[in-house]
Design a binder for this molecule. Structure first.
Ligand code: ZN
Length: 430
């Protein structure tokens, strides 16, 4: 994914410590341990720029839910009421811990080596400590977006000063910090983020009236290249101009936006304004977080919409997305939007070694005829063979390393049982 390095049908990647040292055919090294990558694609790990990992215990319960009760039909069963209104308030630190850890390991298993974890559950400083402990233990690369919580014990946003000192004083670690600051919020968190020099992440959904707020904040000089916006659906032309002019990043969660009524994922609109999107999973209560699903949805949706215009006889059409385009969104652009391009996003000598090996000799992929095509149109998470984060092997030949899945599963089931009972939300198995 680095045009300066190029692509190779057969080559070596030399890793020393946490860094990539060299890439090319027949590297002349005699004293290295060798991983035989025959029959695999060797590429950078995927980067998810918006995932609410604390919610993992809620997986699939809201598969048919909408984002909110928007006054239109179908909105009775919705995310804002059930997840933010009822379930999130009852979270204990141990629920945050197991949700974060389980999600991190599951995503490592799927080759998603980096996440912007949008943690909207900081009810007390102990909740934040539990989240960070889980993220550290997982051995994954995480930009932890410290966001608000609920209740009298909530120390948001000022507790970020303690967190920064206690956990994030070094920039040479897997864990980095961001501020989750919503567009409608007070400005203290925006000022604190700028004071600490950490990026700001926010939800941006046109249907929620965020467009006008964005334009007002821009007039006050508050929108900058350190902003990341999730969704960017149903925006005004003026809002797109703000994003393009400031260099702010966007994150498209296409499957969730389509099924939960955020609005049509603005893939072509972003490109029309010179904005390259990153991709994200958002919430697993409604949709899988695996990145083959993210890439495939963006690829088929974009092409489907442009193809329909072609069938209606339109002549001036944008280019159809290529497989390489969506892989770039899932890697290079993800790193840029997460402000981690200097470390990851491509296999480049000098960057850190976040590497995945995807099996091309599997029954769903062989024979290999086109590499980007196989990744985007054929593969799924069972093809993720080996996962390396900063030079450390986290998944080896199809299995996570040093993980007691049985123990973790019983912990997350116990957390699930507590959460639904306490929140008085009924689970329906069928
Ligand atoms: Zn979100």
């Amino acid at each position: 994914m680095d045009p300066k390095v190029g692509d190779f049908a057969r080559a070596d990647v030399l890793v020393q410590g946490k860094k990539i040292m060299a890439i090319g055919p027949e590297l002349n090294v005699t004293d290295a341990a060798i991983i035989d990558a025959t029959g695999t694609v060797v590429m950078p790990g995927f980067i998810d720029t918006h995932h609410h990992q604390f919610q993992t215990a809620l997986r699939s319960f809201l598969a048919e839910g909408l984002l909110s009760d928007d006054g239109q039909p179908h909105g009775r069963k919705n995310y804002l009421n059930l997840v933010l209104g009822q379930l999130t308030p009852v979270y204990r630190p141990e629920d945050v811990y197991i949700g974060e850890l389980y999600a991190s390991l599951s995503q490592l298993d799927a080759g998603v080596t980096t996440v912007v974890d949008t943690s909207q559950v900081n009810h007390t400083p102990e909740h934040s400590d539990a989240a960070i402990r889980a993220l550290r233990e997982s051995g994954r690369r995480v930009r932890y977006a410290y966001s608000s919580g609920m209740g009298a014990g909530c120390a948001y946003p000022r507790d970020i000063l303690r967190l920064q000192k206690q956990y994030f004083s070094s920039s040479d670690q897997l864990l980095t910090l961001a501020m989750g600051a919503e567009l409608g919020g007070v400005r203290e968190e925006w000022a604190l983020a700028r004071q600490l020099g950490v990026p700001i992440v926010s939800h941006l959904v046109g249907g929620f009236g965020h467009t006008r707020t964005l334009e007002r904040l821009d007039r006050e000089g508050l929108i900058k290249s350190d902003n990341e916006f999730f969704h960017a659906t149903s925006l005004s032309e003026a809002s797109w101009k703000v994003i393009a002019d400031t260099g702010a990043g966007i994150s498209i969660a296409a499957p969730v936006e389509l099924t939960m009524r955020h609005g049509t994922p603005p893939i072509q609109t972003a490109l029309d304004h010179g904005v390259q999107p990153s991709l994200s999973s958002d919430v697993e209560c409604t949709m899988t977080a695996d990145f083959f699903t993210q890439m495939r949805t963006v690829f088929t949706l974009h092409r489907g919409l442009v193809n329909e215009r072609a069938l209606k006889g339109e002549a001036q059409l944008p280019k159809l997305l290529t497989c390489r385009d969506v892989i770039r969104f899932a890697t290079v652009e993800g790193a840029r939007v997460a402000h981690l391009s200097h470390k990851v996003g491509s296999l480049t000598p000098g960057k850190e070694a976040d590497i995945v090996l995807l099996r091309t000799d599997a029954i769903n992929v062989a024979p290999l005829n086109n590499v980007p095509g196989a990744i985007v149109t054929l593969m799924e998470r069972s093809n993720v063979d080996t996962v390396i984060v900063a030079g450390r092997i986290r998944k080896w030949r199809g299995a996570l390393v040093s993980v007691d899945l049985g123990r973790l599963r019983s912990e997350i089931e116990a957390s699930r049982d507590y959460l639904f009972k306490k929140a008085r939300v009924r689970l329906e198995l069928f």
